[in-house]
Unconditional design. Structure first.
Length: 95
């Protein structure tokens, strides 16, 4: 179910890679603003590594992130491993 654009308001911080920002972000933000005029989109452009470092450290300042998964599979595995290891300490794997 799509929320009623007239009733939804707020701010969304979006972390994106420079390539996504250069290629798609302008049109995405324009279309989103047309449909949801009461929601402010804030885009933060940074590298894949920086996005995952911030997610892993818990110091992320964004609500959503768009990344190219083909370039960051090893980072996703490491992030998932760290989440799992917090509940069950074990030696870290090598990727």
């Amino acid at each position: 179910m799509i929320p009623d654009p007239e009733r939804v308001q707020g701010k969304i911080s979006l972390a994106v890679t420079p390539r996504f920002s250069d290629t798609f972000l302008g049109s995405l933000m324009m279309k989103f603003g047309e449909v949801y005029p009461k929601i402010k989109l804030q885009a933060i452009s940074m590298s894949h590594d920086k996005i995952f470092q911030q997610l892993q450290s818990g110091n992320d300042n964004f609500d959503l992130a768009i990344v190219n998964l083909l370039n960051v599979v090893h980072l996703i595995l490491r992030l998932l491993w760290n989440v799992v290891s917090e509940s069950r300490p074990a030696p870290a794997p090598t990727f």
